[in-house]
Design a binder for this molecule. Structure first.
Ligand SMILES: [Ca+2]
Ligand SMILES: [Ca+2]
Length: 84
């Protein structure tokens, strides 16, 4: 799953990669929404989502059954859960 999102194989997800994911899932997310998602997931604030941060997001999701952020809409969440 993480590898699918990490287009350049660098081990982290940057804003551009998040943007591509949104596009692939046919979600019309604005630049601001993508930046919001990135900020929410980026626990150490380095501007990229690393594997640990990704796992943390996924486990939070799983345990609480709530969206990562309010700006991620249902189709995206469904895709995330299916791909996982
Ligand atoms: Ca990357
Ligand atoms: Ca980070």
């Amino acid at each position: 799953m993480f590898e699918l999102l990490d287009k350049d194989g660098g081990g982290t997800l940057d804003a551009g990669e998040l943007c591509k994911v949104m596009t692939e899932l046919d979600i019309d997310a604005s630049k601001e929404e993508i930046e919001q998602v990135l900020r929410d997931l980026d626990k150490d604030g380095n501007g990229e989502i690393d594997f640990d941060e990704f796992l943390y997001a996924m486990s939070t999701l799983q345990h609480e059954g709530i969206p990562l952020t309010l700006c991620l809409n249902d189709p995206f969440m469904t895709q995330m859960l299916v791909l996982k």
